[in-house]
Design a protein around this ligand. Structure first.
Ligand code: G16
Length: 543
């Protein structure tokens, strides 16, 4: 095999964010941009010689180009084998499963998740380690450091691999196995859930709509929900992955999946609606006349997990990202199990899952998952909901209401201000941080501040410390205001304001969410001045 060593100049901006490196496609199209980044990853990985690497992506624009480069660079860097999904497709959780199942060294996931695709959209690459989860900060920081000084990359001078053909090929001396992207993942799901009960549910006339948003979960949902579980054809819509997601924004929230929401709120709508994002790790859950917030979904899934065979013996613990509502904390308290609050980013759950300290994890950003892989998993969340509905023989609305009756309701909302001038956003956060020491003990109307800090996380397993993970202002009644900068945006800064209020009393659970949270939203504006300083009249997205 002929291996070329190509000289290159470093780029200064290859700093991975919350989940890998995400940039506009036009940034990735710069000379050697992809090559530099992948070589920087490989340069910090020791002992990769002869090992197996999993590669796949969400099928977005530029995947086909980047994946061929990744294979050739892997071949030139001593990997023994690459496993790649047919057509270059692998959902993020399926990639995580393949890494674990085949004991691979790690994997490259080519995706910018829920960000829009196409020539003017976003593209991304992230590296997952041998446990199947996103690389921890120690690795992503080393990759960034390497990318700033890289002088050359190695690439095999070989033809492209035919990704349409399942089976084994060669790229130079390296074996390339093109696999069915769905088969192993579907087999895993079958071991976790009561497929018989879910099939019977569909046989009994239960109606569902799954919106794959023209993204990667289409093939997974068609195969599992329609072919295996027997839901009628047409249950899955927008099920063919497209490079620009059909011109849409593959983020399963109430803004971009509004049609699904409207359908579920209509008189003759189905019983259950769900959607997933670009790379298949997020989920949206809507019952007939009942939207379930991701934070509530985490709490309800954790409380009911033992209804699914895989979790019948109970769960060891729950973890949630800091901005996620504390609904799950109340479940953990009742069950007498561990509860962990981690920074935003699935990578922070990895150690807890590996150590068996937690079984179920979740985030307000529409991510839920368990110890079956080391990523959040959209289809998994949908199947667990179906399993719970089948077992409890109740509607989503009934299940949610009973949950609130038992645990109380955490009213919760997130307001996003996107593409804000980065200097203004940073100053705003700095200024709020400066106010924090003076806030503790202060009262604003009925709200008395019990703590105010910039969240710092010490990993209980390896002791690593992640400071400055977002500002928290907590009140004595359990209410909370959180403000942080997103780590996944690609233009300017995205400010995220998270607001939560706990309502224990039965009978106070039917307020409209924004109205219920109005005093806290107004106080957040008083303290941080987002609208005043950015000139924005309203958030770009409310979830
Ligand atoms: C990624 C991370 C999640 C995180 C989300 C939002 O999700 O994996 O852990 O919650 O981004 O992060 P931020 O608030 O920093 O934008 P995904 O689905 O985009 O990979």
């Amino acid at each position: 095999m002929s291996i070329k060593t190509i000289e290159t100049k470093p780029y200064a901006d290859q700093k991975p964010g919350t989940s890998g490196l995400r940039k506009r496609v036009t940034v990735w199209q710069q000379p050697n941009y992809v090559e530099n980044y992948i070589q920087s990853i490989f340069d910090v990985l020791e002992d990769r010689q002869g090992k197996t690497l999993v590669i796949g992506g969400d099928g977005r624009f530029y995947n086909d180009v980047a994946i061929q480069k990744a294979i050739k660079i892997a071949a030139a860097n001593g990997f023994g084998k690459v496993m790649v999904g047919q057509g270059g497709l692998l959902s993020t959780p399926a990639a995580s499963h393949l890494i674990r199942h085949y004991k691979a060294f790690g994997g490259l996931v080519l995706s910018a998740s829920h960000n829009p695709g196409g020539p003017d959209g976003d593209f991304g690459i992230k590296y997952n380690i041998a446990n199947g989860g996103p690389a921890p900060e120690s690795i992503t920081e080393a990759v960034f450091a390497r990318s700033k000084v890289i002088g050359a990359y190695r690439i095999a001078d070989v033809p492209d691999v035919d990704l349409s053909r399942i089976g084994t090929q060669k790229s130079g001396d390296m074996v390339v196995e093109v696999v069915d992207p769905v088969a192993d993942y579907a087999a895993l799901m079958e071991t976790l859930f009561d497929f018989k009960a879910i099939s019977s549910l569909f046989k009994s006339g239960f109606r569902m709509q799954f919106d794959a948003m023209h993204a990667v979960t289409g093939p997974y949902a068609h195969r599992i929900i329609e072919d295996i579980l027997g839901a009628p054809k047409g249950t899955v819509i927008n099920g063919v992955p497209s490079p620009d997601f059909g011109g849409g924004h593959p983020d399963p929230n109430l803004v971009y999946a509004k049609d699904l929401y409207d359908l579920l709120m209509s008189a003759d709508g189905p019983d259950f609606g769900a959607a997933s994002d670009g790379d298949g790790d997020r989920n949206l859950i809507i019952g007939k006349n009942r939207f379930v917030t991701p934070s509530d979904s985490l709490a309800i899934l954790a409380a009911n997990a033992p209804l699914a065979p895989a979790y019948a013996a109970g769960i060891a613990g729950i973890a949630r990202s800091m901005p996620t509502s504390s609904a799950a904390d109340r479940v953990a308290e009742k069950l007498g199990i561990e509860m962990h609050e981690t920074p935003t980013g699935w990578k922070f759950f990895g150690n807890l899952l590996d150590a068996g300290r937690v079984t179920v994890c979740g985030e307000e950003s529409a991510g839920t998952g368990s110890n079956h892989v080391r990523e959040k998993d959209g289809v998994w969340a949908v199947l667990l909901w179906l399993n719970i509905i089948a077992a409890r023989k109740q509607s989503v609305d009934q299940i949610v209401r009973e949950h609130w009756k038992t645990y109380g309701r955490n009213y919760y909302t997130r307001h996003d201000f996107e593409e804000v001038d980065a200097a203004i956003a940073n100053k705003l956060v700095d200024d709020l941080r400066a106010q924090l020491p003076g806030l503790v003990g202060k009262s604003f109307g009925n709200l008395k501040v019990s703590y105010a800090d910039d969240f710092s996380y010490t990993d209980p397993i390896d002791g690593s410390v992640s400071p400055k993970q977002g500002i928290r202002i907590g009140f004595e009644d359990g209410s909370r205001i959180v403000l942080r900068l997103s780590g996944t945006g690609t233009v300017g800064a995205t400010l995220r304001l998270y607001v939560e209020r706990y309502e224990p009393a039965d009978g106070q659970h039917d307020l409209e969410t924004q109205a219920a949270l109005e005093p806290l939203i107004a106080l957040a504006e008083q303290l941080a001045g987002i609208k005043a300083r950015t000139g924005r009249q309203a958030p770009d997205v409310i979830t």
